[in-house]
Design a protein around this ligand. Structure first.
Ligand SMILES: [Zn+2]
Length: 315
């Protein structure tokens, strides 16, 4: 039986955007996107219009994560449908503008693919973030990228959780892709992180060009880490943090954490173990931006997703 029988068909990806500065102090994305706005040669591919775009210019100018509220949580149906006006938080106003240019979210007019470039202070390496386990276009793309950058590694975080999924900037697109590269401090550029991000974007755009040229990508499987739980720091009754990430867990993103393994260390040196019932894979461990979100790490579970073959719908 030909794989074509089970192939999924998608239209040509005609409009692609690369977002930087959704968080204004995540410097690799800000710098790459500003570079590509000045000179687009590196991101040009035949058969597709690629647009580089700074999503939160005021936060970039201030080199802060955001001005009023986190832009990467602002793309809710309520925000996007609220009337424009002077009283709106800056990022809500900005979300409406981004949705107008690249969306509307959920409509046939939305951009085909949006890449949103982020940095993390966690030791996550290069991580692609997907929002759906059944978006075969994106699964095929991350499969292609993982193969292309080997032996360098690129993890895939799947945020499909019914409560923990949030309204991202990239969610405006039909195929949203987050790219998170670390560790890199906020407001800092590190050449190795910059080059990792740049290499992944090169392969991502190559994939889109190949897909648009009519190449069929055969069925494949992709290892992903599915978001499981958000874990807060231990706190006292006043809400103050009483323990730090344990040295045995610090920088061990994507490594298994088994029941009983050390998770936190109190200020007087006591170890608090992981008390879950089964092994998990923590990531975003001790991310600087997540203290305000009361999040010490997220735990994930590893699974393998199957992706159908994909092909372009012929015109
Ligand atoms: Zn970010």
């Amino acid at each position: 039986m030909s794989s074509r029988v089970n192939a999924s068909y998608f239209p040509q990806a005609e409009r692609v955007a690369i977002f930087g500065g959704t968080h204004g102090n995540e410097m690799s994305g800000v710098t790459l996107v500003n570079m590509w706005i000045k000179n687009r040669a590196e991101i040009e591919r035949s058969g597709v219009a690629v647009r580089a775009f700074i999503t939160n210019p005021r936060a970039v100018e201030k080199c802060s994560r955001y001005i009023d509220t986190d832009l990467n949580r602002a793309f809710t149906p309520e925000n996007l449908s609220t009337a424009s006006g002077d009283g709106l938080p800056y990022e809500v106003q900005r979300a409406k503008e981004v949705n107008q240019i690249f969306g509307p979210k959920g409509s046939p007019d939305a951009y085909d693919v949006i890449f949103d470039l982020h940095n993390t202070t966690s030791n996550m390496g290069s991580t692609l973030i997907l929002e759906s386990s059944t978006d075969y276009f994106n699964l095929q793309m991350v499969h292609y990228i993982k193969k292309a950058i080997a032996p360098e590694s690129c993890m895939v975080l799947l945020n499909e959780h019914p409560h923990l999924k949030y309204a991202t900037t990239r969610s405006v697109a039909k195929h949203p892709v987050g790219l998170e590269v670390g560790p890199q401090p906020q407001g800092v550029l590190r050449s190795n992180i910059f080059e990792s991000m740049r290499a992944i974007m090169k392969h991502a755009l190559d994939f889109i060009e190949l897909f648009n040229s009519g190449v069929e990508f055969p069925a494949c499987s992709v290892e992903v880490f599915r978001v499981h739980e958000r874990v807060d720091y231990p706190r006292d009754t006043n809400g103050n943090i009483t323990a730090m990430v344990h040295p045995h867990l610090q920088d061990c993103d994507w490594e298994p954490l088994n029941p009983g393994d050390p998770m936190f260390q109190t200020f007087d040196g006591r170890t608090i173990p992981y008390e879950g019932a089964s092994p998990v894979y923590p990531t975003f461990i001790n991310e600087a931006a997540y203290y305000e979100k009361q999040q010490a790490c997220i735990t994930t579970r590893r699974e393998t997703l199957a992706a159908n073959a994909i092909r372009k719908i012929s015109k």
